[in-house]
Design a protein around this ligand. Sequence first.
Ligand SMILES: Cc1cc2nc3c(=O)[nH]c(=O)nc-3n(C[C@H](O)[C@H](O)[C@H](O)COP(=O)(O)O)c2cc1C
Length: 227
Amino acid sequence: MKFRSILCSALLLAACTSRPAADGADPATHTEVTYGARIQLPAPPSRGGLTIDEALWRRASSRDFSAEPLSLEELSGVAWAAAGVNRAADNRLTAPSALALYPVTTYLFLPGGVYRYDAPAHALVRVAEGDHRALTGMQPFVACAAADLVFIADRAAYAGRPAIPAEHVRYLCGQDAAGYAENVNLYAAGHGLKSVTRGSAPESELLALLGLDPARHFFALALSVGR
Ligand SMILES: Cc1cc2nc3c(=O)[nH]c(=O)nc-3n(C[C@H](O)[C@H](O)[C@H](O)COP(=O)(O)O)c2cc1C
């Protein structure tokens, strides 16, 4: 009898301390993010989440986010899905890029700061302190999504390609960013998270905050991810 009561208490404790097992979510790892000048992300696991087929069935845009933050492991998965290195020999990424120029950089707007994703180091490097999520879009939900990703293109990546007209550069960079975003949409669908790709943002204010030259950089796309 005593054994049964100990067993019941243990089961109750386990049920209360583990995260709700949303499909695809990994209840075993949920490290709280510690904000600082640099956040070293844990290596993304080589297996996890739903199958790619299941994720495709679940992929859908969401615009109703709770205030619950992403864990360090989820942040790692999101950043890596967007534009992480998956071939270390030549630093090629999880997303394709026209001419393999990789002109798009991923910025993560988090409750504790704005970070640039350093893909080879798989780390987040702080570029601005404070919560600037509201700046990443025109819709109110962007202020409470756990992470707003902003994809910024650098025209300089095309410097050696004078034959490509400026408008086509803009188009190709947008296509690159769409690949980044869709990778995250599928990661989110496969890991019990919500997401939405976003095409509108106050570009000049974003570039000013990030300290980027508008003659060289431009807003390509954004995405919100959370619960
Ligand atoms: C390039 C692009 C830009 C988008 N921009 C926005 C946006 O600014 N705001 C938004 O709420 N949804 C945006 N969406 C999401 C679409 O509205 C959404 O994909 C569409 O309604 C279809 O719904 P589904 O994604 O659930 O299939 C965008 C999607 C794409 C591909």
